[in-house]
Design a protein around this ligand. Structure first.
Ligand code: NAD
Length: 337
């Protein structure tokens, strides 16, 4: 008998290989036993760097490999639903990178599968909930120290977008983080979305609407504004300022170390999310492993993935048609209350 949780990692691109490395080095109590990716060369390379890891091009085969007790999904969003449903058929706990599914129809199917099982096994990789600064802001808001929240001012900037990035993905793959963070920080649902787009930066690839300003209205009467700018050229910057009736608090300024030298002072601007949120990814994975080893899940779940997909869908319409779009959610099933 071993108490080590065997994990199948599905998708071995940037995030998947980072998670594989993390499970091997910084997260105890677990080890990768199988990996899957349709890119046969890549999956063999990732598996080959580790001992006792089987390589597969079919996710189902990886999940069926001996010793698999949980599944980490890091394939592109449109592939998530099929893999999650296969994992649920095997009653395996799942940590799925965001977005859980790109659309609400897929998210509802995931929730239906969990409800048939009668227990929650899906966690969504909204890892900002595990970032130390976000956790402190959440504590402050929950304690009422800022009074009733009125605004969240959010900034989300990347150095440059990957070649496959589309204008829709600014909302479905990037702003989706702020959507979940806002719902979690405020303990409220998003009720309506508007999207404004200035003239695109000349640094953006032809046709990409970048940057964009996304306005979210919440069930508690707060407004969340999100500047999403994925070709800002400067650094990876994620900031959030909460403004309440009794004060404000800001996170993400990145002033951990200020260097004073040669008549100047300054700091470093992190270039990549794997660096800025390294601790959050570690903490997310540790807590997921601890829960999954008991056949449970503890973090943001399928309801959160569904709510985020509903906001994304409304955001896509708002961006396309230039109108404010209300977010309609189904009644929250008992399993998720
Ligand atoms: P990537 O393109 O680097 O890697 C994706 C990998 O999945 C590729 O190797 C591809 O061959 C493989 N793949 C494609 N279809 C597959 C399938 N059906 N089954 C298994 N593998 C398949 O992309 P990435 O940046 O690693 O993103 C992966 C996921 O992680 C996405 O959902 C993305 O939104 C998410 N992500 C999360 C964060 C975060 O901060 N939490 C950051 C970046 C990306």
């Amino acid at each position: 008998m071993t108490s080590t949780l065997g994990i199948a990692v599905i998708g071995t691109g940037k995030m998947g290989s980072d998670h594989v490395r993390r499970i091997g080095r910084t997260v105890g109590g677990a080890r990768v036993v199988a990996v899957a990716d349709p890119d046969g060369d890549r999956v063999k390379e990732v598996a080959g760097a580790l001992d006792g890891v089987s390589a597969h091009t079919d996710p189902a085969a990886a999940m069926a490999a001996p010793g698999v007790g949980a599944v980490l999904v890091a394939s592109p969003g449109p592939a998530h639903e099929e893999t999650i449903l296969q994992a649920l058929e095997r009653e395996l706990p799942v940590l799925c990178e965001k977005p859980m599914t790109p659309d609400t129809a897929g998210a509802l199917r995931v929730m239906e599968a969990e409800q048939r099982l009668g227990r929650r096994l899906v966690q969504v990789g909204f890892m900002r909930r595990y970032d130390a600064e976000y956790e402190r802001l959440k504590e402050l808001l929950d304690a009422g120290s800022l009074g009733r929240p009125l605004f969240l001012h959010c900034r989300h900037r990347n150095v440059a977008s990957p070649p496959f990035f589309t204008s829709d993905m600014l909302i479905t793959d990037s702003v989706v983080h702020e959507v979940d963070a806002a719902r979690w920080l405020l303990g409220q649902e998003i009720t309506a979305v508007s999207v404004l787009s200035p003239a695109a930066t000349s640094a953006a690839p032809e046709g990409l609407r970048d940057p964009r300003l996304v306005l979210l209205e919440t069930s508690g009467g707060a407004i969340v504004d999100v500047e999403i700018f994925v070709n800002c050229g400067v650094g990876y910057e994620v900031r959030c300022e909460a403004v309440g009736e009794a004060g404000s608090a800001r996170i993400g300024d990145g002033h951990a170390m200020v260097v004073r030298s040669a008549g100047r002072w300054g700091g470093e601007i992190v270039q990549d999310f794997t660096v800025r949120f390294a601790d959050a990814y570690d903490r997310q994975l540790r807590r997921w492993v601890a829960a999954a080893a008991r056949g449970r899940t503890a973090g943001p779940g399928a309801w959160d993935g569904y709510a985020a997909a509903a906001v994304s869908e409304a955001g896509l319409r708002a961006g396309r048609d230039g109108v404010r779009v209300a977010v309609e959610l189904v009644d929250r099933p008992a399993l998720y209350r």
